[in-house]
Design a protein around this ligand. Structure first.
Ligand code: SF4
Ligand code: SF4
Length: 258
């Protein structure tokens, strides 16, 4: 029986989620025996237009030629899985969606005419069908292993939608909001990271995006109760996942009310 064919593609991103793959360690050696890695530019193999069983996509759509490339990848792939905040919500670069892109480019580049960019940075799901989203900035090794293991058994993995707070409770991590008055975004952020930040005594800043049914207004009230001014509280939502609906709506509502 032939092995499943896997590709890892990159759009606008910092490469951190691809590095999460490369840093898998021993499981990467096992994985290499179970699947054929056909395209993964950062790791070596190059065949971008090959027919693939599982395509992982890192990065957001932010240049005009990205859309044509993405459509071709979708056509060639049985399963398409987005990895990381850039691919799932537009990423940190989606902050420009709330600004004047032309003005930013002129302020940054000496020769702005050579820059080919769209006005917005958008998520992959805004352009093609996505079979599974892995959130995070970056994604964790555990998410990759869980996803690939499920797909090798012919099923889609169960999505993590719980709040980070649930993970703190499971791990018996002391709550940094309750004990240290830290403005932790855990009550509205999806888990998948294993409550990494609270486990080392710091607040979650929402890099895994909105959890299922997040009460963002209550979160905003609590942040302000902890001493953040309205603009600071809005920025907790308008950060790495500013393009995710629940965070975007809460953050912009607070900005507009200023
Ligand atoms: S530390 Fe943050 S994520 Fe953990 S329980 Fe407290 S509020 Fe929730
Ligand atoms: S605790 Fe929050 S900010 Fe830290 S890794 Fe997890 S989701 Fe990201």
């Amino acid at each position: 029986m032939s092995k499943p064919r896997v590709a890892v593609h990159k759009f606008s991103s910092c490469d951190g989620c691809q590095l999460a793959f490369i840093n898998l360690g021993e499981p990467l050696l096992v994985l290499a025996g179970l699947v054929d890695i056909i395209h993964f530019a950062e790791a070596g193999p190059l065949d971008e237009n090959a027919k693939i069983d599982i395509a992982f996509i890192e990065g957001s759509i932010s240049a005009s030629h990205d859309i044509e490339r993405l459509n071709k990848i979708r056509e060639n792939s049985t399963y398409l899985i987005t990895i990381g905040a850039c691919a799932t919500s537009g990423g940190i670069q989606a902050l420009r969606n709330m600004a004047d892109t032309k003005q930013w480019i002129e302020g940054i580049y000496a020769n702005p005419t050579v820059i080919d960019t769209l006005d917005n940075s958008s998520a992959i799901k805004d352009h093609v069908k996505v079979d599974l989203e892995l959130w995070g900035c970056p994604i964790s090794k555990q998410q990759i292993i869980t996803a690939i293991r499920a797909l090798l058994f012919g099923v889609l993995p169960i999505e993590d939608k719980d709040k980070v707070c649930m993970e703190c409770k499971r791990q018996q991590t002391v709550c940094v909001m309750v004990t240290k008055n830290e403005p932790c975004m855990g009550p509205v952020t999806r888990t998948g990271c294993g409550a990494l930040c609270p486990s080392v005594g710091r607040d979650c800043y929402g890099c895994y995006g909105p959890a299922e049914n997040p009460n963002t207004q209550a979160m905003a009230n609590r942040l302000q109760g902890l001493g953040l001014i309205k603009d600071e509280a809005a920025r907790r939502f308008l950060f790495i996942n500013s393009g995710a609906d629940a965070f975007h709506q809460q953050g912009t509502r607070m900005k507009e009310a200023d």
